[in-house]
Design a protein around this ligand. Structure first.
Ligand SMILES: N[C@@H](CCC(=O)N[C@@H](CS)C(=O)NCC(=O)O)C(=O)O
Length: 202
């Protein structure tokens, strides 16, 4: 099995953390999806990382689909509950964390355009989603070690990856200043070996 990843992508980090938590053998092929030399488009028509290629040559993307595929390998720890509705609830939290990332990525990319091409309206609208998402997640983690149930799940991994990425990419904003309980909740997860081995190469 091989995973095509970049070392900065939070979506790829989610998968890289899962691979480590489950101790799954997987070659990580580092690609730069935004560069003309990118190879990921040979496997994924959308040209995005992460993309997973199984030993049989089957291809899976995007990160929620890859996470679901990895669950089918039935390797402990299970990161999704067996009960289907419970699994949907975990996936809902993952979607919220990914949605915060999607909005923050737009803000980041908008900020890289020539100054006269940047839209404050776009940045403000997307940052509004980041703020609302973070507020919702902070509420969700109140008094909890795990976001769902009594053990590590995909929800915890997705949210902690999102917190780590915002912290790295928007260091000036200071997530710990604005959402101290969320940052404190994520801290022990970010200290796990699976996260320490995948710190974004910003
Ligand atoms: N929803 C996708 C998002 C993947 C994504 O946007 N990856 C970015 C890197 S962070 C990418 O490969 N972008 C290349 C492009 O858009 O051409 C997932 O969860 O995997």
């Amino acid at each position: 099995m091989k995973a095509i990843v970049s070392l900065t992508s939070p979506y790829a980090r989610k998968i890289r953390v899962i691979l480590r938590e489950k101790k799954l053998a997987c070659d990580e092929i580092v690609d730069l999806p935004h560069e003309p030399t990118a190879k990921v488009g040979e496997f994924n028509p959308l040209g995005k990382v992460p993309t997973l290629v199984t030993d049989d040559g089957e291809v899976f993307f995007d990160s929620p689909v890859i996470a679901e595929y990895l669950e089918t390998l039935a390797v402990e720890p299970a990161l999704l509950p067996v009960d289907r509705l419970a699994a949907v609830r975990v996936r809902q939290i993952e979607a919220l964390a990914d949605g915060v990332l999607d909005a923050a990525v737009i803000v980041l990319l908008e900020g890289r355009r020539a100054l006269e091409q940047q839209s404050e309206a776009v940045k403000n609208r997307q940052w509004g989603k980041v703020e609302k998402g973070l507020a919702a997640l902070q509420k969700l983690c109140e008094g909890k070690t795990w976001l769902f149930g009594d053990t590590l799940s995909l929800a915890d991994i997705a949210v902690a990856v999102m917190v780590g990425w915002l912290d790295a990419r928007f260091a000036d904003y200071g997530i710990a200043k604005h959402y101290p309980q969320l940052a404190a909740w994520a801290a022990p997860l970010l200290a796990r070996p699976s996260f320490q081995a995948t710190v974004p190469a910003v």
